[in-house]
Write a protein of this length. Structure first.
Length: 220
């Protein structure tokens, strides 16, 4: 029988080499207070509730929060955003903190994660965010932008997310090192589903932080 997760002590939480970096408040700007509060929630309740692995505490900034923030410059400045499979709130909550003037929908099928997301939205005072429980293929909504991080391979992701996109809408997916191979392997499906201008982009945040790979595509 596996042991229940335990909350990290203060020394573990401080092991993140980015914690206390003076460049973080400048990078996040007006979103800083909310993003840093979100990190504190992930360190405490997020670990206890199994939303964040204990080993991730020491790399929350670079691997998760900055990684999520890297997608923001690639989003249109206006229009609704649906974050598919929001999970712990990455990237959806970070996007919401940085884009307070856009309507953000956090779409998540698991009840315990939905409860967590609603608590986060309340705690961070994000009135422009709606948390919806459900799976992408089952939700009758459309948005200007759909985001996803570590949800599924591109072929599944295309099938799940294209119906959520308005014509001319943009899919922005955070992917790993094999993104280009995935794009090539799924090119016929992308064309059949009406996706065009599929491209692999590299996004950077702060010097010294690992870059983020993004796949962006537009629905015809």
């Amino acid at each position: 029988m596996s042991e229940a997760p335990r909350p990290p002590d203060e020394s573990e939480a401080a092991d993140d080499p980015w914690e206390g970096d003076d460049r973080l408040p400048e990078y996040f700007g007006p979103a800083w207070d909310r993003v840093s509060a979100f990190r504190r929630m992930l360190v405490s309740d997020g670990v206890l509730r199994g939303l964040v692995g204990p080993r991730e505490v020491g790399r929350l900034w670079e691997r998760h929060l900055l990684n999520s923030a890297a997608v923001v410059p690639f989003l249109p400045d206006q229009g609704d955003v649906v974050d598919v499979g929001s999970g712990a709130g990455l990237p959806g909550v970070v996007i919401a903190c940085m884009r307070p003037d856009q309507r953000i929908v956090l779409l998540e099928p698991m009840e315990r994660r939905v409860d967590w997301l609603r608590e986060v939205v309340d705690a961070l005072a994000l009135p422009h965010v709606e948390v919806v429980r459900g799976r992408a293929p089952e939700i009758p909504m459309q948005a200007n932008v759909v985001t996803a991080r570590a949800v599924a391979g591109l072929e599944k992701l295309y099938r799940w997310t294209v119906p959520l996109l308005r014509p001319g809408g943009t899919l922005v997916a955070l992917k790993g090192a094999r993104a280009a191979d995935e794009v090539e392997a799924s090119s016929r499906l992308a064309a059949r589903l009406g996706l065009r201008d599929v491209e692999v982009l590299t996004a950077s945040t702060l010097p010294g932080a690992e870059s983020t790979t993004i796949v962006r595509a537009v629905r015809r």
